[in-house]
Design a protein around this ligand. Structure first.
Ligand SMILES: Nc1nc2c(c(=O)[nH]1)N[C@H]1C(S)=C(S)[C@@H](COP(=O)(O)OP(=O)(O)OC[C@H]3O[C@@H](n4cnc5c(=O)[nH]c(N)nc54)[C@H](O)[C@@H]3O)O[C@H]1N2
Ligand SMILES: Nc1nc2c(c(=O)[nH]1)N[C@H]1C(S)=C(S)[C@@H](COP(=O)(O)OP(=O)(O)OC[C@H]3O[C@@H](n4cnc5c(=O)[nH]c(N)nc54)[C@H](O)[C@@H]3O)O[C@H]1N2
Ligand code: SF4
Ligand SMILES: [Mo]
Length: 686
């Protein structure tokens, strides 16, 4: 019996922890601690610890499936490729949409966008970062000129004050929370603002519960208090920023006095005052945010406000400071870096820039690629499918499950039902796969080589530990074989993931200096422009990435959520996730150690609200919005602010997204997952 330890990177969240896959006789059977791992030093959260459990699940897809008369029939790869090539070949470019995947490697995302642009010649390529951090990319780019986390994970430990806004770090990014714990042990003050008293809030020196959807009011209020007290960093403002007067004009309005903000947000004025003082007067302060900030119709505004606050206090470009959006899925940063987005090629080179387009045409060795138009986002695609049937006819979805993740699932279901042809490539059969015409079986992270880029822009390796089950293949190989079937063998000639990475380095300025040889054992932070460059852990040290190098204050006024409570729907519903489960549950619900901890969904209801409604703990209640209803057990608790309710969205038995609202931020097109109006009723016994 031979036991091998293969060091690789966790397939769940964007923290990018390393661990060893333990392999016996060619099969993975455990996860072992890898002490040398750069981000986590061997420590793991439960998802990483049990990341082997779903790999050899009997439910893995092992053969291509083609739907015939409504039922799936096993097929050969050649038949599946033949059918897809014939169908894709029959549509116009604008009639097709590709969805890439933050669960797959950089190489696979790069190839998916290349496939869309070179083979299908469609500009319609996107992935689930749209639902997650598209507002970060747009908001931070407006202020700093670049849309990524400014500092590194380990660096957070050096902060003297940490403001956590709309991030449940201890459950969603547990090994980043470790840096918060370290900072606090060193005397840093921790402030948490969140409608729920989460495990993260429980660690705070100052916890500020508040009403979902009032973030801009809170941030403007903090800035007003700072300016009133003269706590702004004048030297930084003068040397590194512009348009401070514009900011002042907005945040100094009476609407944002502590008293008025306290009314809007329900945070007591004394708490706001204390928070403003700690943030502004600490030697160095860091702001951490996540979905509580981004998933709103005002997502871009929220993000700009966080950046305004940290520039005002001179906390950008310094160790222990910065604006730190915590990236989500293991490779969401990488999927964006690789250009799996409708407006940019890899390295954020704009499709509308003719020189960039010509560069890609030359690099890819073709006469033409998708035109220089910005394609549809995933949220726009769903709306176009529903509202203008026939405009989009076919979709190719790799590693995404819109039938659970999309806002207002009745709408999503109707939209996908209007497709003529759908291909889904996944490791398991999913709710979206059930709707497909062809399902392709993919290899999972443990079965392939590749790279992924974590939230702090660190590029790290995946290493193959076992063969895929049955006839499943690596996503990169499937894309290459399909491209070859469609006549593009010369553009997709790769024999290994490393060969793809070499091309990525050649066409992507921020990845120019990165190669597989340089990635062991610590990875490298982009931008890394040359083969000798050590990588860049902290951004904006001397100048911002804007054309003149100055940070641009971008003041915003507070606007309420698109749907606010009224007599019919009197509560705010917010949604999110829990430590034991991962998103649409395809992997964690097949992981017995995780599933047994949180096997069913629930709705959190404040105990005063529950009393008024006559609802008891554990009772199954009916939650309804203008979109739909879900019957779900109540969790009566004081750990959520009165007037707000919360549902974790992992459970297909109680799909939160039957309730959520399909309204989008006008710039980033992110849906408002974090606030809509809901009513909750007792279910009368029949
Ligand atoms: N265990 C586990 N970990 C995960 C994931 C998972 O599915 N499971 N998913 C990963 C991914 S893809 C992502 S995007 C991240 C998500 O990570 P987080 O963003 O940290 O998680 P969420 O639960 O979506 O929301 C964060 C917090 O926002 C609060 N909130 C709700 N409404 C508002 C509001 O209006 N304003 C503010 N400021 N806060 C509000 C919620 O109460 C919640 O505590 O986690 C990653 N990590
Ligand atoms: N109500 C509500 N809805 C939300 C959110 C919320 O907070 N509230 N959050 C949103 C956010 S932040 C996100 S990121 C999305 C997440 O939504 P999704 O990206 O759809 O979530 P996952 O469950 O991670 O689905 C990814 C799919 O990839 C498959 N997969 C895993 N590894 C591989 C691989 O190597 N190859 C292939 N081909 N497939 C693979 C999995 O089996 C799974 O079916 O949900 C969004 N939806
Ligand atoms: S914190 Fe994230 S990357 Fe680290 S072990 Fe947990 S899920 Fe994996
Ligand atoms: Mo996400």
């Amino acid at each position: 019996m031979e036991i091998k330890y293969i060091s690789t990177t966790c397939p769940y969240c964007g923290t990018g922890c390393g661990f060893n896959l333990v392999v016996r006789d060619g099969r993975v059977f455990d996860v072992g601690h890898w002490q040398r791992a750069p981000v986590n030093g061997g420590k793991l959260c439960p998802k990483g610890r049990y990341a082997h459990e779903f790999i050899n699940s009997p439910d893995r897809l092992t053969k291509p499936l083609i739907k015939k008369d409504g039922t799936f029939v096993e097929a050969t790869w050649d038949d599946a490729y033949g059918l897809i090539a014939e169908k894709f070949g029959s549509y116009k470019p604008a009639e097709m949409v590709c969805l890439s995947s933050a669960r797959t490697s950089n190489e696979e995302n790069y190839l998916m966008q290349k496939f869309a642009r070179v083979v299908l010649k469609t500009p319609n390529i996107d992935h689930c970062a749209r639902l997650c951090h598209s507002s970060t990319v747009a908001g931070l780019a407006a202020v700093f000129g670049s849309g990524a986390m400014t500092n590194s994970i380990l660096d957070i430990a050096d902060s003297r004050c940490i403001f956590v806004l709309g991030s449940n770090t201890f459950e969603q990014h547990p090994l980043i929370a470790r840096s918060i714990v370290r900072a606090r042990q060193n005397g840093a003050k921790v402030i948490v603002a969140d409608p729920r008293y989460t495990p993260t809030a429980q660690q705070a020196d100052l916890y500020m519960p508040f009403v979902s959807g009032t973030d801009v009011a809170v941030l403007n209020g903090l800035m007003q208090e700072i300016i009133r007290n003269g706590w702004e960093d004048r030297e930084f403002l003068k040397r590194r920023t512009k348009d401070f007067e514009d900011l002042k004009e907005v945040v100094m309005k009476e609407d944002y006095s502590l008293e008025n903000v306290a009314k809007t947000s329900r945070i007591p004025a004394e708490s706001l005052k204390q928070a403003a003082e700690w943030i502004a007067t600490a030697d160095v302060a860091a702001l951490i945010y996540s979905m509580g900030v981004t998933q709103h119709t005002t997502g871009v505004d929220n993000v700009k406000s966080t950046a305004n606050l940290m520039m005002l206090t001179g906390n950008v470009g310094r160790p222990g400071g910065g604006v730190n959006p915590l990236r989500d899925q293991n490779n969401m940063q990488g999927a964006c870096d690789m250009g799996a987005l409708p407006d940019v090629y890899s390295g954020y080179q704009k499709v509308t820039d003719e020189a960039a387009r010509q560069k890609m045409i030359d690099a890819w060795g073709v006469d033409d690629i998708a035109d220089g138009r910005v394609g549809y986002t995933i949220t726009e695609t769903i709306n176009v499918l529903a509202e203008n049937p026939g405009e989009i006819k076919a979709m190719y979805i790799m590693g995404e499950n819109p039938m659970l993740f999309g806002p207002d699932l009745n709408h999503v279901e109707a939209a996908l039902g209007n497709l003529e042809f759908l291909v889904v490539q996944d490791i398991f059969m999913t709710e979206t796969g059930e709707l497909a015409d062809v399902v392709l079986p993919a290899a999972c992270y443990a079965e392939k080589d590749g790279t992924q880029t974590n939230t702090e822009r660190r590029v790290q390796r995946w290493k193959k530990a076992q063969d895929p089950p049955g006839e499943a293949k690596e996503d990169w190989r499937i894309i290459c074989e399909l491209a070859a079937t469609m006549g593009y063998a010369n553009q997709f000639p790769y024999q290994s993931a490393e060969e793809v990475f070499t091309e990525i380095g050649a066409v992507t300025p921020s990845y120019h200096g990165i190669s597989y040889a340089r990635l062991d054992p610590d990875g490298l932070h982009w931008p890394c422009p040359t083969g000798e460059h050590p990588g860049t852990a902290i951004l904006h040290r001397e100048t911002f990435a804007t054309p003149d190098g100055l940070g641009v204050f971008s003041p915003v006024e507070w606007k309420p959520a698109a749907e606010v409570p009224d007599a019919g729907y009197p509560f705010v519903l917010t949604t999110g996730q829990v430590i034991w489960q991962w998103y649409t549950g395809t992997m964690t619900r097949r992981s017995w150690s995780l599933e047994r901890e949180a096997p069913i969904g629930w709705i959190e209801i404040n105990s005063e609200d529950a009393k008024a409604l006559g609802i008891k703990d554990n009772e199954v209640v009916r939650a309804s919005t203008r979109r739909g209803s879900v019957d779900i057990p109540a969790r009566v608790t004081d750990e959520i602010i009165k007037g707000v309710m919360f549902i974790p969205f992992h459970y297909k038995e109680h799909p939160a997204n039957r309730l959520t609202h399909n309204v989008l931020d006008p710039i980033a097109k992110i849906p408002e997952f974090k606030a809509c109006a809901v009513k909750v009723e007792k279910i009368e016994e029949v």
